[in-house]
Design a protein around this ligand. Structure first.
Ligand code: AMP
Length: 168
């Protein structure tokens, strides 16, 4: 369990925690796959969010899924994307986050995912929470904890042995 003090320090940066939807490269589920190839290649991200025209969150699209659609038996050809849309390859089985944030969930989810989409209760896409932003908060925690609080070791036995060793 994460203690209150640590949780509070980690969330102090929470206004910058989430990259807002307007600053996130995303695709519509109805976009053609060759447009997806262009956006993923130009942004340099291997996965980005997919939304509907009403800004409802659908899932993620990965460059590897698009490239996979370009393969045929003999070659890789972008013509094979013709007539296909983002919704044909979108990955929907992914975790999302809603406010109020649970720090423990965030930490666990970011172990296996480089970013987590943030949605509201109506499934509208609000932005993403990335490992980079979380690491900034951990950095803040590491610098502030002992500056603001008296942190003492609880285990007195350990302290006694340490004191004994130091007196030798
Ligand atoms: P970072 O922790 O900044 O390296 O971001 C982790 C992942 O989040 C990236 O590899 C992208 O898949 C995604 N990501 C980060 N920033 C953006 C953005 N502005 N637009 C779309 N996806 C992003």
């Amino acid at each position: 369990m994460i203690g209150k003090t640590v949780e509070q320090l980690l969330l102090e940066n929470d206004t910058n925690f989430v990259i807002p939807a307007d600053n996130v490269a995303s695709l519509l589920d109805i976009h053609p796959l060759n447009h997806a190839l262009l956006v993923l290649t130009k942004t340099g991200y291997s996965k980005i969010p997919v939304v509907t025209t009403e800004n409802e969150f659908v899932g993620l699209i990965g460059l590897s899924s698009v490239v996979n659609e370009m393969f045929d038996l003999t070659d890789v050809d972008s013509d094979n994307l013709e007539g296909k849309q983002v919704k044909d390859v979108v990955i929907t089985d992914i975790p999302t986050l809603c406010e109020p944030y649970n720090v423990e969930d965030i930490l666990h989810l970011l172990v296996n995912n480089p970013f987590i989409p943030v949605i509201d209760e109506q499934n509208h896409f609000l932005g993403i929470l990335t490992r980079r932003e979380l690491i900034k908060s951990v950095n803040h925690l590491a610098h502030e904890l002992e500056t603001r609080y008296d942190v003492t070791e609880k285990d007195t036995q350990k302290k006694k042995s340490k004191a004994k060793l130091e007196s030798l």
